[in-house]
Design a protein around this ligand. Structure first.
Ligand SMILES: Nc1nc2c(ncn2[C@@H]2O[C@H](COP(=O)(O)OP(=O)(O)O)[C@@H](O)[C@H]2O)c(=O)[nH]1
Ligand SMILES: [Mg+2]
Length: 709
């Protein structure tokens, strides 16, 4: 591709609900750029963007793709994205490097769940946005209704730049109220004839033109004055006004398209060329330290890695945006995050999975490089003496957890490497190796996300895996005091073992007073690594037990606390007093006291009204208000407790806590009840008593399990 300067590069992210036509539009844009002799389709499984087996098999996008296109002297880097919220990582990553978005609205179905959800992200980033009402060629398309819905959802900043004169199969012409021309498409190769607007359409076109002028003037004071003086604005003024309004996320111009028939696409590309902002016109990137990076090719070089992808037989591709300066083959850049100096061996312009080698790329452009040694997504690389680092992208917390297991022995090591690769490619996945549960947990964004994880493990890494429900990290504790005298005595031939301990255990809680009625010699307060406390008191008088044996007793207690008497879960919040005992001059030793400590603790524990605690999540549900009632009942059905509610426009935020054990089912119910419209985030809460019936069952199961071993 020719060299483009910073002003002639536009980075555009295509976003929208699954099926709105993003991938098909990207195909038409690449075709119009002259990169394809024939446009592929989703149905034929041959689009540029959906090139993975999985995407072709399922007929939808799961990963973001970079497709460099061009139109009339401008380079347009198109970032195609998936539509489902399960892939928010891919969507947000692409949005992070785009300077403008095109939100596709399906003219048949209007504003959908994905549209609303993704809109929220674009709003957070204040990303300039165009709206494209797509699929106007569909027989059930309704442009007006779709625009009305867009206004309801996104407000009055939505302004019409184009409308179709027919929709359905006869869709072949668009009236553009910015240019005040009619664009007629005679074929599906994008060929367009620009005509005067016929008289019968003039009244509507004039009215929409006036509305557009007023919207633009309403945004800018100088333009408003101009508008009052002249009664209108020139096309140049309108374009400049729109340009500024886009940059400030103040107006959302509406276009109409058929991506499939390649109608309206080149006019959209023309608008992107001349009105959408380039990277250097957007607010400066700000480093972690608050320093502005000016997007200027004459500054020192800095690049930001927004995505990492392992391509089979190729290696790790790092996708970057040039923040400032120029990146050249042979450059040595320092990774500010890892300290590694990386040599840039190759630079690629990407057209989906096709790589075109180039020698350099200027600030504002997006590309990829290969085989960096120690560089990951989110890292900033820079020229020597220009230490800059962009803050990491905040991703949503996970909403679904599954344990992953190898089903074939000997693959464990490979699985662990593949999991490492997974998180390298997808920052919305978290892997946790839980020594407590003896499980490897995958925290992810939903069922669909999990199916992609499975595909990566099975198809790419060729592993055999299964996903199972994560075990619940219960805790054990006690509700009342109990005491015992335990004697450990063993006589086996020569040296025997002897230890006797009098022990009392009590529930511990924050602010509890010191024990009364015992002579406290020393005490130890242990913050347990799994939460809660153990307080140990040495209350021995008259040297009944040697001081040196307390460490062993405590060790015994701790061992039992790590594998609780009821279910083998961790024990928490107990205080232990050792107030008497006996020793034997020969047979008493560390091991004997450790065993006695463990057994005394266990005996007391059973008598101290033991209780199982279950972990719960704080859940925050964001739901359309009309679903509030049914979601509240769903929470209660799943043993959750609603803690509060806030109204937020047409949405309600419900705060609740829900046991881990019930969260999977509740999550499914929330999705089913709301058809994906309600979303939730989870945060680890504390522990709460488990209802007695469930505890009884769990303890019974545990006893069976032990008996079976
Ligand atoms: N009639 C019609 N169908 C379209 C159009 N654009 C996409 N489609 C179809 O809509 C479906 C989803 O398209 P796709 O590009 O995968 O949407 P994405 O999920 O947003 O990427 C496919 O069956 C496409 O053939 C269009 O402009 N008109
Ligand atoms: Mg797609």
């Amino acid at each position: 591709m020719a060299n483009f300067d910073i002003q002639h590069i536009k980075n555009i992210v295509l976003v929208g609900h699954t099926g709105s036509g993003k991938t098909t539009l990207a195909e038409a844009m690449a075709y119009n750029a002259g990169f394809l002799s024939r446009r592929g389709t989703i149905e034929e499984k041959n689009t540029l963007a959906d090139y993975t087996d999985l995407e072709q098999e399922k007929g939808k996008s799961f990963f973001s793709k970079l497709i460099a296109t061009q139109w009339e002297g401008f380079k347009i880097n198109v970032l195609d994205t998936p539509g489902s919220d399960d892939f928010s990582g891919e969507i947000i990553g692409a949005m992070r490097v785009a300077d403008c978005g095109v939100m596709l609205l399906n003219a048949v179905t209007g504003v959908e769940v994905g549209t609303d959800i993704i809109w929220e992200y674009t709003d957070n980033y204040k990303l300039p946005m165009l709206l494209a009402v797509n699929q106007i060629d569909h027989e059930s398309a309704d442009f007006d209704a779709t625009v009305q819905e867009a206004i309801q959802h996104f407000g009055r900043k939505v302004v019409i730049v184009q409308y179709p004169i027919h929709s359905g199969a006869s869709f072949d012409a668009v009236i553009d109220v910015l240019h005040m021309k009619l664009y007629r498409y005679s074929d599906t190769d994008g060929t367009v004839a620009v005509e005067e607007i016929p008289d019968i359409h003039l009244e509507k076109a004039n009215q929409l033109h006036q509305e557009l002028v007023e919207a633009i003037a309403g945004y800018d004071e100088t333009l408003m004055e101009r508008f009052f003086e002249q009664g209108s604005l020139t096309e140049v003024e309108m374009k400049e006004g729109l340009h500024q309004a886009l940059i400030h996320h103040e107006l959302f111009p509406v276009f109409c398209l058929s991506g499939l028939k390649n109608r309206g696409v080149n006019r959209l590309m023309e608008f992107i060329d001349h009105v959408c902002p380039s990277a250097n016109e957007m607010p400066n990137e700000i480093t972690i330290e608050g320093k502005a990076i000016s997007c200027n090719e004459n500054e020192p070089t800095a690049i930001y890695i927004y995505k990492t992808l392992t391509e089979p037989h190729v290696g790790d591709l790092s996708f970057f945006k040039v923040l400032s300066g120029k990146i050249r083959v042979g450059d040595e850049l320092t990774n500010e995050n890892t300290g590694q100096v990386e040599r840039i061996h190759q630079i690629f312009e990407m057209v989906a999975n096709k790589r075109n080698s180039v020698n350099e790329m200027v600030a504002g452009d997006i590309g990829a490089t290969l085989k960096l040694k120690n560089t990951h997504t989110h890292n900033t690389l820079h020229a020597k003496g220009f230490p800059v680092e962009l803050p990491p992208i905040p991703y949503p917390e996970s909403v679904l957890t599954r344990a992953v297991e190898s089903t074939i022995k000997g693959e464990e090591e490979k699985l662990s490497q593949a999991l490492h690769q997974l998180i390298e490619e997808d920052p919305t996945i978290k892997i946790e190796v839980s020594p407590e549960l003896k499980q490897t947990l995958i925290h992810c964004q939903g069922e669909l996300h999990l199916s992609v994880i499975r595909w990566k493990l099975e198809q790419s890494a060729k592993l055999h895996v299964q996903f199972v429900a994560p075990k619940i990290p219960y805790r054990e504790t006690i509700r009342k005091a109990a005491e015992t005298v335990y004697r450990h005595k063993k006589q086996t031939g020569g040296a025997g073992q002897f230890a006797e301990i009098a022990m009392k255990i009590e529930p511990w809680y924050d602010g509890i007073e010191e024990p009364k009625g015992y002579p406290i010699r020393s005490s130890e307060s242990i913050d347990l690594p799994w939460g809660g406390k153990l307080m140990y008191y040495n209350c021995i008088v008259g040297g009944a037990i040697d001081t040196r044996f307390h460490a062993s007793i405590l060790k015994g207690i701790m061992e039992k606390m790590q594998e609780g008497p009821l279910t083998g879960s961790y024990v928490r919040d107990v205080r232990v007093l050792v107030f008497d005992g006996k020793m034997h001059s020969v047979d008493s030793n560390d091991l004997a006291f450790k065993t006695a400590g463990m057994m005394a603790f266990k005996t007391c524990f059973y008598q101290a009204d033991p209780l199982l605690l279950e972990p719960y999540y704080h859940i925050l549900i964001h739901t359309p208000e009309n679903l509030t009632g049914s979601l509240m009942s769903a929470i209660q059905t799943h043993r959750g407790v609603v803690e509060g509610m806030d109204a937020e426009g047409h949405f309600t935020k419900i705060h609740a806590h829900v046991p881990y054990e019930a969260m999977d089912d509740l999550g499914k119910e929330i999705r089913a009840l709301s058809q994906g419209r309600a979303r939730f985030t989870l945060e680890t809460g504390g522990y709460q008593p488990l209802p007695f019936e469930i505890q009884k069952q769990l303890v019974k199961d545990q006893v069976h399990e032990i008996a079976e071993v």
